[in-house]
Design a protein around this ligand. Structure first.
Ligand code: UD1
Ligand code: CA
Length: 458
């Protein structure tokens, strides 16, 4: 084994990534194939493909189970030129790789085998795995020091040579003592791959065609093998819901560290949940207990207060949202705007400095700069058939507890009296009132009490 860090993979080498995703995921007890389960709002196979792209894969072959159009679709969403191969019978990891024979025949410089259910591998690691190939190694295996090696393939080494990988079920008592285990992922020299794979047999404890056998085969044919050692966390595979939750925990930890490293304050990082695509500017401050769904972009210096839930939202510089804000897809919060507690906003642009401080629903609306939306304002945007827009001009003032029945336009600087139901447009700087007129009866309460008392005495 040679020290791998010394090598650089020339980026000019072509690289075919074969992603194994034919597992049924029985232990997930799910109607959905395993690799489509999500961590940080992206399918596991989506993570693997994104990482492979970052690591310089030039082509992708995904091996999926029969009748899994859903998996094929997800693969192509994440790597549009990916070729899909179906593995009809699950006869082992080498058999799975060979399902992509046509892709292998095109003989890329490097071949990487990745698992669709192992989403935490970093792009640098794939690069590290490839590197020895450029220096003439035939096969590189990814190893880790296992806390509990039970179930994993063991690395049989001599000095720093990797001689073979022994699957747990086939290992002797002595071999089972080995803690340097196989992470499963491999890099293979492209012009060798088919020669090695075609020699794999299934005379082992499981009666499967093991990918791991290509290590011994490569050595028999006189090729060099190498090991890339990675932290155990990276090769964490997901077979059940508890392992899925563990993967989520690890990926959230990474995302929290990345956010803080980029200059974001997380008061209690362990209580903030990110999406793989969350983007936060410098000096953004996130209070405890906030959930970021997909597609959130927060500009520098904005504050997200506790217990807020955001998705598909843009928040501009200096704005503040929450506590208890719910921002749904299409919410765009302008610079220095304020969204307070128990406010839900969907598909709505809130202008600079506008305020929506409490208890409000804004859907399908455009709110001008510096407008003030009173507590309890509701845009009635849906009539059971279609969605309609509400336009509120700059500097308008919407009195508390008003229902704005869309489609409706409220002019710049206009006022809406509290408790109004507004069904007609209001011009600039006008007052709109839509409520019953108040009447006052002097002395009425005295008369009422006297009558009521007399009736009781009878
Ligand atoms: C594999 C390795 C083992 C390693 C472990 C790490 C082999 C023979 N063994 O074992 O050394 O320690 O990973 O987790 O490679 N798959 C298919 N089609 C098949 C078989 C598998 O697509 O016919 C896919 C699975 O869905 C999974 C991956 O390949 O994503 C690995 O297969 P799995 O059966 O989990 O291998 P392990 O027994 O865990
Ligand atoms: Ca496994």
């Amino acid at each position: 084994m040679t020290s791998i860090d010394a090598f650089k993979t020339p980026s000019s080498r072509s690289c075919l990534a074969i992603v194994l995703a034919a597992g049924e995921g029985t232990r997930m007890k799910s109607g959905k194939p395993k690799v489509l389960h999500q961590v940080a709002n992206r399918s596991m196979v989506g993570h693997v493909l994104a990482t492979l792209t970052k690591a310089g894969a030039t082509s992708v072959a995904a091996v999926i189970g029969p009748d899994r159009e859903d998996v094929a679709k997800e693969v192509q969403k994440n790597f549009p030129e990916a070729r899909i191969f179906v593995q009809r019978d699950r006869l082992g990891t080498a058999h799975a790789v060979l399902s992509a024979r046509e892709a292998l025949e095109q003989s890329a410089d490097d071949v990487i085998v990745a698992f669709g259910d192992t989403p935490l591998v970093l792009a640098e690691t794939f690069a590290k795995l490839r590197a020895p190939l450029a220096q003439g190694a035939g096969v590189v295996a990814m190893g880790f020091e296992a806390k509990d090696p039970t179930g994993y393939g063991r690395f049989i080494t001599s000095g720093d040579e990797l001689l073979a990988i022994r699957e747990h079920k086939d290992a002797s008592e002595a071999e089972r003592e080995i803690t340097l285990c196989n992470g499963g992922l491999m890099a293979i020299r492209g012009d060798l791959a088919l020669t090695l794979l075609d020699r794999v047999r299934n005379d082992n404890a499981k009666g499967e065609y093991y990918l791991t056998d290509i290590v011994e085969i490569a050595r028999e044919l006189g090729h060099r093998t190498a090991i890339a050692v990675v932290p155990e966390e990276e090769v964490h595979g997901v077979n059940d819901r508890a392992q899925l939750a563990a993967a989520e925990r690890m990926i959230q930890d990474r995302l929290r560290h990345e956010a803080m490293a980029a200059g974001v304050t997380l008061v209690a990082p362990e209580t903030v949940f990110f999406s793989h695509d969350t983007q936060l500017g410098q000096d953004v401050m996130v209070e405890p207990h906030v959930v970021f769904g997909p597609g959130v972009f927060v500009e520098a210096g904005a504050v997200v207060h506790s217990f807020s839930h955001l998705e598909g939202t843009r928040i501009a510089s200096g704005a503040g949202v929450g506590p208890f804000a719910r921002l749904r897809p299409g919410a765009s919060i302008g610079p220095k705007a304020k969204v307070g507690n128990f406010v839900e906003i969907k598909n709505t642009e809130l202008g600079a400095g506008a305020k929506v401080s409490h208890l409000t629903y804004l859907g399908d609306a455009t709110i001008g700069a510096e407008a003030n939306i009173g507590a309890g304002t509701i845009t009635c945007n849906y009539d059971g058939f279609g969605k309609h827009r509400t336009q509120i001009g700059e500097g308008a003032f919407i009195g508390s507890n008003s229902a704005l029945v869309a489609p409706i336009t409220i002019g710049k600087g206009a006022f809406v009296g509290s408790g109004s139901v507004i069904t007609d447009d209001i011009p600039d700087n006008a007052l709109g009132l839509g409520r019953g007129r108040q009447i006052v009866k002097e002395g009425w309460a005295l008369e009422f009490r006297a009558k009521a008392l007399a009736a009781k005495k009878k």
